[in-house]
Design a protein. Structure first.
Length: 244
């Protein structure tokens, strides 16, 4: 075959191949557009993640510790009162058994009265325990919401997409002489993070800025948590400082 003819055939084949490829790409693009799908795959956008130590924040919350201690004192005082009432009823039962005969009308009358008192006291104890349990749950919920609001405010200010929980104790308190600490530490969810991405101290500073510290209380009364100002960062950042 002459060289010119072979060159012409090769050139025609190349043109046909390019034309088919161009039509294929064009058809796929049109079809994707018609189906509402992008012609090119979306590029992966990295997620910016920060961490917070919730236990450490609770330990340094301006009011939580005082409120929890007040509830604990109220619970202990309640239990002491019920124990004193129980002992008093026990003594009355013993006196009844020694002072009257079991078949006397007065014995039955006093016995019925003591049984009613015992039932009443038990019911009061159950209701009081339920009340204190709900108070503890409400305290934890209110405190948790306060922390979450500040975490969200700090994350938005510093442009974080996600904040995960970790524990400083799990890593710092691992001791081979105490195997349990090693097991707990090795089971932690966050293995590594850049310390600059730790919002724990920032959140604590925001809480102390927004919520007045609880004054010492007496009589088992739980101090009321004041409603703090908006969590919107001020001109210097969420807690008056800006993390670089």
């Amino acid at each position: 075959m002459p060289i010119r003819i072979r060159s012409a055939i090769f050139a025609f084949a190349m043109v046909s191949t390019v034309s088919v490829a161009f039509c294929t790409v064009t058809f796929c693009s049109v079809a994707s557009a018609q189906n509402g799908a992008p012609a090119q795959a979306l590029q992966h956008q990295p997620t910016s993640t920060a961490v917070v130590d919730m236990d450490y924040i609770l330990d340094n919350h301006p009011t939580f510790t005082a409120q929890a201690e007040a509830l604990k004192a109220e619970y202990q005082k309640t239990m002491e009162d019920f124990e004193a009432r129980r002992k008093d009823l026990t003594q009355k039962v013993e006196q009844l058994n020694t002072s009257l005969t079991a078949d006397s009308p007065e014995f039955k009358k006093q016995q019925e009265f003591l049984v009613q008192q015992d039932s009443k006291m038990r019911l009061e104890a159950v209701n009081k325990e339920k009340e204190l349990t709900e108070k503890r749950a409400k305290l934890m919920l209110d405190t948790y919401n306060q922390i979450v609001e500040r975490v969200a405010g700090a994350a938005q200010y510093y442009k974080y997409d996600m904040v995960v929980r970790y524990s400083r104790r799990q890593a710092s308190q691992m001791n081979p002489k105490n195997p349990q600490t090693v097991m707990i530490g090795a089971d932690r969810e966050v293995i590594y993070f850049n310390p600059n991405y730790d919002l724990t101290d920032t959140v604590i500073a925001m809480l102390k800025r927004d919520i007045p510290a609880a004054a010492p209380t007496t009589g088992g009364k739980v101090p009321q948590t004041a409603t703090g100002p908006s969590i919107a960062p001020n001109s210097n950042g969420p807690a008056g400082t800006l993390r670089k």
